[in-house]
Design a binder for this molecule. Structure first.
Ligand code: UD1
Length: 460
């Protein structure tokens, strides 16, 4: 008897770890000796959130896709493992990924991989578009909120997919002889980044035209659209509230480079500001950082464009307080809220931070308070009263951007801060310690009392 696609063994790429291997809990800690100025230049890596969805997008193409400027991160490895588990070829050489989805052996994503990383759910759209069937476990909640996928599901249903959710598994299929999704007019109740990306990918190979109204306008949505267009997809309006996709029968090979990570860049701008330093960053797309730059300037930080893709941050004195409200792009990004909270703890006056995107994204408050911050939380508001200084303390990273906030707070704090929970940090920052050390920071990773490598690429 012929093995079914689901029975076939997975051929592993030598450059990626076995998809069945579980991550071992990281016992490492970061030790940061703060209150020292930074100086010099830092190179910004490719955008994590673009890389993850573009890797999923490569499933749409049955030819070779080369993706450049991919950051070496635990989450990227995780997505690579998911593609491998689907029987797709993935090969990594440094920051370059070669993906070939000519043969997709499985339409079912393994629970272990989806439960570890929500972005794994992105494969539902491309799998449905290519195979007419996808079985993806519900990703569940995470440290920052419940994070439902109802908008993804409703959009796919509008395109003709039959979707059932049973025992925590999403079963999606397309009926009909050619198993193609149908173009549709979809209005998103909320401009969800993930739902916009799922539906845009699904629509590239659908029969007819799809319009996504109230679409997310994030730069990563535009990057995905540009990647799909480089493969021959017909997409217009990405980066605006209305995206129109005309389905094509198939996509072709491409060689594509990912945009710089605006959250990593924003985190380094905050690191420069909180340590009252002068540092420069490149490559960056300043337009992607408009809200972040506006808030830094309002606080008294100088942000100087030295070249079209290079920014210099100069902060010579204590900063003033400002209010922040997180919003979908082009509003202030929720992924920069925690780092700004760290910065505002050391500003003059009171600031109000309002988190509107995720319902549980203030867990870093307790940890910053351990370092001497004065923060009161009321619902989705945090009232930050500036204090004269922060003090080093043992703290626990509770999610990815919270861990970045603790690192920047530690850079400014008096004495040593020890940060636990580094698996969060390794999900999203390529070589953070090495980059900070290059700027003069005293930061080390310690495992069982021994200093270990600073190269995150080597760890993941
Ligand atoms: C993406 C980013 C994440 C960023 C977020 C908001 C990736 C891998 N992650 O996450 O870093 O913080 O955008 O900029 O790109 N929602 C629903 N139903 C849905 C989908 C979303 O109610 O079907 C809600 C969410 O619970 C949340 C809000 O919409 O409250 C925003 O979520 P969304 O924009 O979808 O974020 P992600 O795509 O998950």
């Amino acid at each position: 008897m012929q093995p079914t696609p689901e029975d076939r063994p997975i051929t592993l790429s030598p450059s990626l770890p076995n998809p069945s291997s579980q991550p071992t809990p990281d016992k490492s800690v970061l030790q940061v000796w703060g209150n020292q100025p930074l100086s010099g230049h830092v190179t910004i890596s490719g955008a994590k959130n673009s890389a993850l969805v573009i890797m999923a997008g490569a499933i749409l193409c049955s030819q070779d896709c080369r993706i450049r400027n991919v950051p070496l991160l635990a989450d990227v490895n995780q997505m690579g493992n998911l593609l491998l588990a689907l029987g797709i070829k993935v090969d990594r050489q440094g920051n370059c990924l070669d993906i070939n989805a000519a043969h997709i052996a499985h339409s079912k994503a393994p629970y272990e991989l989806v439960s570890q990383m929500r972005a794994s759910f992105f494969v539902i759209g491309p799998l449905l578009a290519r195979l007419g069937v996808a079985r993806i476990p519900l990703p569940g909640g995470c440290a920052i909120g419940a994070r439902p996928v109802d908008l993804h599901v409703r959009g796919l249903q509008a395109m003709g997919a039959e979707v059932q959710i049973d025992h925590g598994m999403v079963y999606a299929s397309v009926r009909g002889q050619n198993k193609r999704l149908q173009g549709a007019r979809i209005y998103l109740d909320y401009p969800s980044v993930g739902a916009t990306e799922t539906l845009m990918m699904a629509a590239t190979l659908a029969d007819g035209e799809t319009t996504i109204e109230n679409a997310a306008q994030e730069p990563e949505v535009v990057d995905l659209a540009n990647f799909c267009r480089a493969m021959g997809a017909k997409i217009r309006g990405a980066g605006t509230k209305t995206i129109v996709i005309s389905g094509v029968p198939s996509l072709h090979s491409t060689d594509y480079s990912i945009i710089p990570d605006r959250v990593e860049a924003g985190t380094f701008l905050v690191a420069g500001a909180i340590t009252q330093s002068e540092i420069s960053l490149s490559p960056v797309v300043p337009d992607h950082l408009t809200a972040v730059i506006a808030k830094l300037r309002a606080m008294g930080v100088q942000i100087i464009p030295d070249a079209p893709n290079r920014l210099r941050v100069v902060a010579s004195e204590r900063l003033s307080a400002t209010d922040i409200k997180t919003l979908p792009y082009p509003g202030f990004p929720t992924d920069m809220q925690a780092q700004f909270m760290a910065l505002l703890t050391l500003s003059d006056g009171d600031s109000v931070i309002t988190e509107t995107v995720f319902e549980n994204r203030m867990r870093h408050v307790a940890e910053l308070s351990r370092m001497g911050a004065d923060i009161r939380v009321e619902g989705n508001h945090a009232i930050v009263r500036g204090v004269p200084f922060l003090s080093g303390a043992p703290v626990l990273a509770t999610d990815l951007r919270a861990s970045a906030a603790l690192v920047v707070a530690a850079l400014a704090a008096k004495g040593m801060t020890t940060i636990e929970g580094l698996h969060h940090l390794d999900r999203g920052y390529e070589n953070l310690e090495a980059k900070l050390r290059q700027l003069g920071a005293r930061i080390h990773r310690v495992t069982d009392g021994m200093e270990t490598t600073s190269d995150s690429a080597a760890r993941v």
